[in-house]
Design a protein around this ligand. Structure first.
Ligand SMILES: [Mg+2]
Length: 239
């Protein structure tokens, strides 16, 4: 072993672009439903986003949750319009909702270099990610970053309990989480008392949550490549 520390690094929207693919689908799905039912596109989009969070909280971050939300949204507006739902429209919504889970993701600026730095500096690199195991593993494999990754921890929902489980016997003083989500990354890290490096970039309503930014373990990053300098001051790094 002999790692200088243990990095728990989020994947989606920390290392690889993700929410952009969901936003594109939400736009297209709202358009389709608005056109079919005659309701205002913005109203459809708002309700769809609401259902998306409700369903994700209920089902966990599984692929089926996106289609479930938008099909429910479609039925709701069709009911209100007194129309039946065209099976062709349902098929098209299903096709759209699969896209974010099947797309080869673009890496975010600085992500590849930072992951490589963590590895070469002597950290144990765990990708700590929420979603379905085969999907998350495929995204990681496709990124080409596997050589810099020691472990992949895939869970349906990130909680303090699951984080503690993956920390195992590791010294909490030498563990830290890097991620973009207050809900999934920052809150669990602060709850178990490890440093949380918060890449405060995008927002999905699922991720919205107040966290105690006055907690000494809370550190905000503008960019992921600020990490090496911060960690080099704290750990006896090899590079
Ligand atoms: Mg994320």
């Amino acid at each position: 072993m002999g790692f200088v520390g243990h990095a728990f690094v989020d994947w989606d929207d920390t290392i690889a672009e993700n929410i952009r693919y969901f936003r594109e689908v939400e736009d297209a799905a709202s358009d389709l439903i608005a056109r079919h039912t005659g309701f205002d596109r913005a109203e459809v989009a708002r309700r769809g986003a609401e259902l998306d969070v409700e369903v994700a909280r209920r089902m966990g971050l599984v692929k089926e949750s996106l289609a479930t939300s938008w099909l429910a949204c479609c039925r709701e507006f069709a009911d209100r319009a007194g129309k039946s739902v065209d099976p062709e429209l349902e098929r098209e919504l299903r096709r759209l909702c699969a896209i974010p889970y099947e797309t080869k993701q673009e890496l975010l600026p600085g992500a590849a270099d930072t992951l490589r730095w963590l590895h070469d500096a002597g950290f144990e690199v765990t990708i700590w990610t929420a979603g379905e195991e085969p999907i998350q593993r495929r995204k990681i494999r496709e990124s080409g970053l596997s050589p810099w990754i020691h472990r992949q921890a895939v869970v349906l929902e990130k909680t303090p309990e699951r984080l503690r489980e993956y920390m195992g016997g590791r010294d909490p003083q030498r563990c830290f989480v890097v991620g973009n989500s207050r809900h999934s990354d920052i809150r669990p890290a602060l709850a178990v008392g490890v440093t949380a490096y918060h890449l405060d970039v995008h927002t999905w309503a699922y991720d919205h949550l107040e966290v105690d930014e006055a907690d000494p373990n809370y550190v905000r990053l503008e960019r992921i490549d600020e990490l090496p300098a911060l960690l080099a001051r704290r750990f006896p790094v090899a590079v």
